[in-house]
Design a protein around this ligand. Structure first.
Ligand SMILES: Nc1ncnc2c1ncn2[C@@H]1O[C@H](COP(=O)(O)OS(=O)(=O)O)[C@@H](OP(=O)(O)O)[C@H]1O
Length: 130
């Protein structure tokens, strides 16, 4: 019995669309913990977004609310720490690519955006940097 072209087309579309939906949801929930907010470039501390308020655990939300460059995203350790490594480079030197390669490693946590502590935010002190 022939199902006809329309149901066949629907069946062919259902698998890729379902897979895409699953991947999108997976990425969404994965990022909710580690990419809650980018540090603000202005003097005001980064405010946690609605998404982080809804999805982050209370401990992570508190870290996001504390402000600062490193703690403005959930680093999973439950404590505010200075970085153990710093990437320094000139503009267009490939530092973003290096960061993205390092970020793939499961033991490495990286801040979402460049904090520019030493050149732009040094006067805010180490408490901001944590
Ligand atoms: N491995 C490798 N080899 C050659 N070129 C590379 C490599 N990795 C990054 N890139 C190029 O570096 C440019 C981005 O550098 P940065 O991440 O330092 O840029 S930025 O200054 O922070 O915006 C950017 O160049 P443009 O595309 O011309 O902007 C990247 O393509």
């Amino acid at each position: 019995m022939d199902a006809g072209p329309v149901p066949q087309l629907r069946r062919r579309l259902l698998l890729p669309l379902g897979t895409m939906l699953f991947l999108c949801l997976y990425m969404f929930y994965s990022c909710a913990g580690s990419c809650s907010s980018y540090p603000s470039s202005s003097a005001a501390p980064a405010q946690p977004g609605v998404l982080s308020q809804l999805l982050l655990r209370p401990q992570a939300r508190q870290q996001a609310e504390d402000g600062g460059a490193i703690s403005s995203f959930y680093n999973g350790s439950g404590s505010k720490k200075l970085p153990q490594a710093i990437i320094i480079g000139v503009k267009k030197g490939g530092t973003r690519a290096l960061l993205e390669f390092l970020r793939v490693h499961p033991d490495i946590r990286a801040v979402g955006a460049e904090p520019h502590f030493f050149d732009r935010n040094y006067d805010k002190g180490l408490d901001w940097y944590r």
